[in-house]
Write a protein that binds this ligand. Structure first.
Ligand SMILES: Nc1ncnc2c1ncn2[C@@H]1O[C@H](COP(=O)(O)OP(=O)(O)O)[C@@H](O)[C@H]1O
Ligand SMILES: [Mg+2]
Length: 307
């Protein structure tokens, strides 16, 4: 895989349109491309003017696309999590995991977790393609997905410390009361403790994601905006948020240029100044239908710079 592209920005600015343009142009250059929409309100196939179907579908040449089924990922994510918990807590008969499923399903953070899980799988399964193009949900959810690996790392760091304390106490009990005091299979060492090992596994997984998101060579974030004040302001907030997480922005697309006129519109110069040194490419507002040819034309200049 050469690179993953994330299309970010406010709803309606043209993320899906730009993603389509990027994916089509890359595929016409002969690259293999996987285009995934992780926006729960998909319209990937509508933009391409194709019939909607579940699963992965070939668009043309070496371009494949998929609308990620969030509900299915939530079910699988819950399934895998409970399975792992069952194995970890085999000895605790009282733990009613099935009963907890419903509570977990509607817990805060579930959508982000499932989407992060989906993203990880897309990267694994389609890592053989030259490029991955990811069409993202509205800003709030996307930024939560992006920050999730970092908050997981903070949590795990703390949980590991607590677990170490428990293991230390067990070791003290054992040294005083002898080998048998703790019971069968109760570990005192990190390497033998299944819970500690699970924390390390999750730490590794989150670490891979966090590292990837910050790696400007492997990931390119494309921020799409329009000239209206609201999308400009939201883009500024995205910039601040990503900067705080040390996630770089690769390119700004000032889309539907010319649609907003007069005082309502933010000047191109102001956009360039605000996001400098990130390059800004201007995409015109296209009158009439946006068919494949128009989509290809829309990305002709800037896609060239991305390969
Ligand atoms: N450059 C453009 N010229 C004309 N219409 C555009 C352009 N970019 C996007 N649109 C239109 O704007 C609407 C929203 O675009 P879309 O790509 O779905 O936005 P998002 O994915 O950010 O919600 C669609 O109707 C799309 O056809
Ligand atoms: Mg969209």
């Amino acid at each position: 895989m050469r690179r993953v592209f994330f299309l970010l920005g406010k709803g309606g600015v043209g993320k899906t349109t730009s993603a389509a343009s990027l994916a089509l142009n890359l595929s016409r250059k002969g690259f293999s491309v996987f285009w995934a929409s992780i926006d729960p309100a998909h319209n990937l196939w509508d933009v391409l003017g194709m019939e909607e179907e579940g699963g992965v579908k070939r668009v043309e040449g070496r371009l494949w696309a998929q609308e990620v089924d969030l509900e299915a990922y939530i079910r699988r994510f819950l399934g895998e999590t409970t399975q792992r918990m069952k194995e970890l807590y085999r000895h605790l008969q009282i733990l009613n995991l099935e009963g907890m499923l419903d509570v977990l399903r509607y817990s805060p953070g579930m959508e982000e977790s499932a989407l992060l899980f989906a993203l990880k799988e897309i990267l694994e399964v389609h890592g053989d393609k030259d490029y991955l193009v990811i069409d993202t949900p509205p800003t709030g959810l996307t930024l939560k997905i992006f920050s999730l690996p970092f908050s997981i790392l903070l949590w795990i760091d703390q949980l590991k410390k607590w677990r170490e304390r428990i293991l230390d106490r067990r070791a003290v009990v054992r040294s005083i009361k002898g080998e048998k005091a703790l019971g069968e299979g109760v570990a005192c060492e990190k390497g033998e403790d299944s819970i500690y090992r699970e924390l390390e596994r999750q730490e590794r997984e989150a670490g891979v994601m966090a590292e990837l998101l910050r790696d400007g060579d492997r990931v390119a974030n494309i921020l799409v905006m329009n000239q209206d004040r609201l999308s400009f302001m939201e883009s500024q907030r995205i910039k601040v948020f990503l900067e705080r997480m040390e996630i770089p922005i690769h390119l700004i697309l000032l889309n539907k240029f010319g649609l907003v006129r007069g005082r309502e519109g933010v000047e191109e110069g102001r956009v360039r100044e605000t996001f400098s040194p990130v390059p800004v490419r201007v995409l015109p507002f296209v009158e009439g239908a946006l068919g494949k040819e128009e989509l290809l034309l829309l990305g002709r200049d800037w896609v060239e710079e991305l390969v």
